[in-house]
Design a protein around this ligand. Structure first.
Ligand SMILES: NC(=O)c1ccc[n+]([C@@H]2O[C@H](COP(=O)([O-])OP(=O)(O)OC[C@H]3O[C@@H](n4cnc5c(N)ncnc54)[C@H](O)[C@@H]3O)[C@@H](O)[C@H]2O)c1
Length: 357
């Protein structure tokens, strides 16, 4: 039994399965979190064992062994931070033991396995959350509230940028050079979730993609056209092979390993005003309207909150029945469906239609 979890009865013990890059980020935030504490980790790698030992956290090579030992380490929820193809299997095992699950994005690697995970959570009456942490950023929450309050009128036109340079060493891992390992499924999925969170369902996707710069099997660049159920139209650019600051990670500075840039990455124009994100600038007419008239810019600077820390607070609140998931399994499924539609549209050269509900 470790001193970080059940030794602090006021903190909810949470287990983490998969202690690589993001799994460790979650655990490291739990160490000083007021609401949750790391109960145990499962990850077969020697590096994960040594890391868990260095923190005094119970370690298991096998997720099943961790789940069998819940009575011992006291976990009341599990974060699944394993490779995409294992999310469904590991998540189902957690649900079968009666444990609520926060699964990292994408919710699963296929729509069928994502649906199976959602169905299992519903059948068990257990919460299933998906780690699209941007929804917990105060900037996005304010933007959503502004849009819903009519601050920009009817959303009409959205432009989003996801353009950066990944270092060459990133591609040393073979799966990142192969189909499914590229910026659409790894990164753009967060932007698609952000747009769905702000503007509602995406009902139409057109796309073109290219691998011309890196020459790998996977795309390095794509351009999208989106149609939203509310009638708004969007354009999105994504590339991981160009030198550019215009992307959410660099602009929002959610993780310290990204040097924050003073730029926007998302531009939303409506019939009454416009909003840029993440700098949260709002443009509107105070008097007469029209492109010859004075346009007012308001710039709101919010208190910063780490969305990963906030996501952990929310996880506890959901487990204790005080909140409903901000990003449910169904949200993760619909975000995955729209993201996979980008690949389908680029491959076929045809628009893809998605259901509005
Ligand atoms: N929300 C975010 O900001 C964010 C950021 C990065 C990654 N992710 C997602 O998190 C997941 C993990 O990504 P990562 O970058 O941490 O990968 P990673 O390769 O750094 O870590 C994955 C870890 O899982 C372990 N593992 C593999 N199979 C396992 C199993 N069956 N049981 C237990 N452990 C297992 C590996 O040993 C490895 O340590 C991916 O789904 C990724 O899309 C989310």
């Amino acid at each position: 039994m470790n001193s970080n979890s059940v030794g602090h009865p006021s903190r909810l013990p949470v287990a983490v399965i998969g202690a690589g890059g993001i799994g460790r980020m979650h655990v490291e935030r739990m160490l000083t979190h007021p609401d949750v504490a790391p109960a145990a980790v499962a990850d077969p790698s020697e590096a994960a064992r040594a890391w868990a030992a260095s923190l005094g956290i119970a370690w298991f090579a096998d997720p099943a062994a961790l789940l069998d030992a819940t009575a011992r380490h006291g976990a009341r929820a599990v974060i699944v931070a394993t490779p995409n193809a294992t999310h469904a299997e590991v998540g189902l095992a957690c649900l079968a033991r009666g444990l609520p699950v926060l699964v990292e994005k994408p919710v699963a690697d296929t729509l069928a396995s994502a649906q199976a995970l959602c169905d299992a959570a519903a059948a068990a009456g257990l919460p299933l959350l998906v780690g699209h942490q941007r929804r917990h950023n105060p900037v996005l929450q304010r933007a959503k509230a502004l849009i819903e309050a009519g601050a920009i009128g009817r959303p009409v036109s959205i432009t989003a940028m996801a353009t950066w340079l990944k270092p060459d060493a990133y591609f040393d891992l073979a799966w990142r050079r192969q189909a499914g390992g590229g910026p659409v499924l790894i990164n753009l999925i967060h932007d698609i979730d952000l747009l769905r969170f702000l503007l509602g369902e995406i009902v139409g996707v057109q796309a073109i993609a290219s691998n011309a710069v890196r020459g790998f099997e996977v795309e390095d660049t794509a351009a999208l056209l989106l149609r939203f159920a509310n009638g708004a139209l969007g354009t999105v650019s994504v590339t991981d092979c160009a030198v550019a600051p215009w992307n959410w990670d660099l602009a929002a500075g959610e993780a310290a390993h990204y040097p924050q840039q003073d730029v926007d990455a998302c531009f939303i124009a409506g019939t009454e005003g416009a909003l840029t994100l993440p700098r949260l600038q709002r443009w509107h007419y105070r008097g007469a309207r029209g492109w010859h008239e004075e346009l007012t810019r308001e710039h709101t600077i919010l208190h910063r909150r780490d969305p990963y820390v906030e996501q952990l607070r929310h996880l506890r609140a959901v487990v204790e029945g005080r909140e409903t998931p901000l990003c449910s399994g169904r949200d993760g499924l619909r975000t995955l469906r729209a993201t996979l539609a980008v690949h389908e549209a680029a491959r076929s050269g045809r628009p893809v239609t998605l259901p509005a509900a």
